[in-house]
Design a protein around this ligand. Structure first.
Ligand SMILES: [Zn+2]
Length: 318
């Protein structure tokens, strides 16, 4: 068998997988990124992981169709250059050139990590049988990507969509890391949920479930919602409201067939999917005439980025 290598290069972990033509991860290796360190040093680590994957599967680099790398930052997919990655503290790195020093005969493709994740879900996960899919990741930040008819939507400048930076509040309530005010990320990320909670607690008084001395975190907040704590329910309603506003904007713009939620907060799917579908369906544009996209939790989790990266080569032939 052949297959291709998919690499999910994150700020904390590096995952490298040998992916079959049928999109199965045949075997994988995971190591800590140990950032910050040089791109050359990271490449060396990944190359040794690829070599041990090949050895274990009795393959050589000649058996591979390509290498694909998902990167946590802004990627110029035409030149192959990673322009900037905050978590890795790297800028202007051309990983394909670095990899060619070790594998001169292999094509090396790069993509944004969220774009790779949505491509993985589209090809092998929850969005497998849909013509288009939009992924929204709810984690430290809010990210995502869009695949339409098998192709990652990259827009005019090649950078794809940034669903976390849709403005969902008209007042200049919270400054976003991107420089804008009141982006979806400032409400729907983990930090956004905690900030919303602090805001509601300050105006509504304390809650038995959310009171100090413990620091707030998403698990405690969601547990309080499940326990039907009235203040937690208010926080939950506001959270769903902002997320639904963002989703409605995305649906009005792209009309994807399915919307997937990923990232750490999507673990609380019992508190997200049903109220979100209800809120989105209630007053969405043409909701009474056209089908409304279903909202589901992404199913491949950490595998999605590896599979998507391994399949970036498809883009060149679409
Ligand atoms: Zn923003």
């Amino acid at each position: 068998m052949g297959g291709s290598i998919g690499i999910d290069l994150g700020g904390t972990n590096i995952a490298v997988g040998l992916v079959s033509d049928a999109c199965d991860i045949v075997s994988r290796k995971d190591v800590k990124t140990m950032a910050p360190r040089s791109a050359r040093s990271i490449t060396k680590t990944i190359v040794s992981l690829i070599r041990s994957l090949l050895n274990e599967n009795k393959l050589t680099s000649k058996d591979l169709s390509s290498i694909g790398i998902g990167l946590p930052g802004i990627v110029d997919t035409k030149s192959g250059e990673l322009l900037f990655a905050t978590n890795l503290k790297l800028s202007h790195v051309n990983f394909p050139e670095l990899f060619h020093e070790y594998f001169p005969n292999l094509n090396v493709y790069v993509g944004n990590d969220a774009d790779c994740a949505v491509l993985g879900e589209y090809l092998a996960g929850e969005a497998k049988n849909y013509a288009s899919a939009l992924l929204l990741t709810l984690g430290t930040g809010v990210g995502g990507g869009l695949v339409v008819d098998g192709k990652i939507f990259r827009g005019g400048d090649g950078l794809g969509i940034e669903p976390g930076h849709i403005v969902v509040e008209t007042d200049r309530a919270v400054k976003c890391a991107c420089g804008q005010w009141s982006c979806l990320e400032t409400y729907a990320s983990i930090q956004g949920l905690i900030r919303l909670t602090e805001e509601v607690l300050a105006s509504e008084g304390d809650s038995v479930f959310l009171q100090s001395p413990y620091p707030l975190n998403a698990i405690r907040i969601f547990e309080a919602v499940r326990a039907k704590d009235p203040i937690a329910e208010k926080i939950h309603a506001r959270y769903i409201g902002y997320l639904a506003a963002g989703i409605k904007t995305l649906v009005a713009l792209y009309r994807p067939h399915i919307i997937l939620l990923g990232g750490g907060l999507s673990n609380a799917s019992d508190l997200l999917i049903e109220p979100l579908e209800k809120a989105v369906r209630r007053d969405i544009f043409s909701g009474d005439i056209l089908p409304v996209p279903s909202i589901r939790v992404a199913s491949l989790r950490n595998d999605a980025g590896i599979i998507g990266a391994a399949k970036l080569y498809r883009e060149s032939s679409l």
